[in-house]
Design a protein around this ligand. Structure first.
Ligand code: IPE
Ligand code: IPE
Ligand code: MG
Length: 245
């Protein structure tokens, strides 16, 4: 048993969700409330993600998919988009520096074609450096959208069908799932959203089919280990029926 003194949340170590999706929301409001620029909230959020990843790795979570930038976030003012891109670049650079002694694998999911060459290079570098690590997999979702991901999968399947390597009648949900960015990873079992909203905002549309959804009003920079433990505790106490009685 895993014991958290602060809130007395006792986790069942035999039922830790293998893959957790996190919609890291509320950075901007966190900063505004403190009279800081929104970018300061994003910076604080990046630090929170580091802490959460470490904690999840310690308690046995196998994979985290963290929503860092959606396909819709390009509609924000250019200065904010620039600040976010700069921060993503720094996050990757900094992750490389912190790699010593860590066994986590970092991957970036989403459409890279709209990212700068500098960021694409850094993504490749970080992925390459952590490729052989066998600990927790951290998927950073950047220019990611669930609809975009499923559309891309459909396009890949159509290409295979056109070239004759795949019969349309052989396409199953599993085959489509193999064309998604999360292919090869455990099922997403828990999706957490901070910042008070109760929507998916185009996150993991396919993978969320039977994931448990957990939300909190806490802004992401304030989200801590005890909150993750609470989310996992609640997950462990839900009745997952999968359509059965
Ligand atoms: C989430 O925080 C991070 C991104 C979407 C990049 P927000 O920037 O959405 O923060 P709020 O929701 O405005 O507080
Ligand atoms: C979702 O947050 C995207 C990320 C956390 C990266 P948003 O703040 O963009 O979502 P909406 O606009 O409230 O739906
Ligand atoms: Mg938001």
């Amino acid at each position: 048993m895993f014991f958290n003194r602060k809130k007395k949340v006792e986790l069942n170590t035999g039922n830790i969700p293998k893959h957790i999706g996190i919609i890291m929301d509320g950075n901007g409001r966190w900063a505004t409330r403190r009279g800081l620029p929104r970018s300061a909230g994003h910076r604080a959020g990046a630090e929170t993600l580091r802490k959460i990843t470490e904690h999840c790795s310690d308690i046995g979570v196998k994979a985290i998919t963290a929503y860092a930038f959606s396909t819709e976030n390009w509609n924000r003012p250019p200065a904010e988009v620039d600040a976010l891109m700069k921060l993503l670049y720094e996050y990757l650079k900094d992750s490389e520096k912190r790699l010593a002694g860590k066994n986590n694998k970092i991957r970036v999911i989403g459409d890279r074609s709209k990212l700068s060459d500098e960021i694409i290079r850094e993504i490749k570098r970080t992925e390459e450096l952590t490729r052989d690590n066998c600990g927790l997999v951290l998927n950073l979702a950047i220019n990611y959208g669930g609809r975009d991901e499923i559309t891309r999968a459909a396009r890949l399947l159509a290409t295979d069908a056109q070239s004759g390597t795949l019969e349309p009648s052989d396409i199953t949900a599993d085959i489509l799932g193999e064309r998604l960015y999360t292919s090869g990873l455990p099922e997403v079992e828990l999706i957490i959203r901070t910042g008070g909203e109760r929507r998916l905002s185009n996150f993991l549309l396919w993978q969320s089919a039977y994931a448990e959804f957990w939300y909190t009003d806490i802004y992401f920079p304030d989200f801590g280990k005890k909150d993750i433990d609470q989310a996992i505790f609640d997950f462990q106490n839900r009745d997952r029926r999968y359509g059965k009685l």
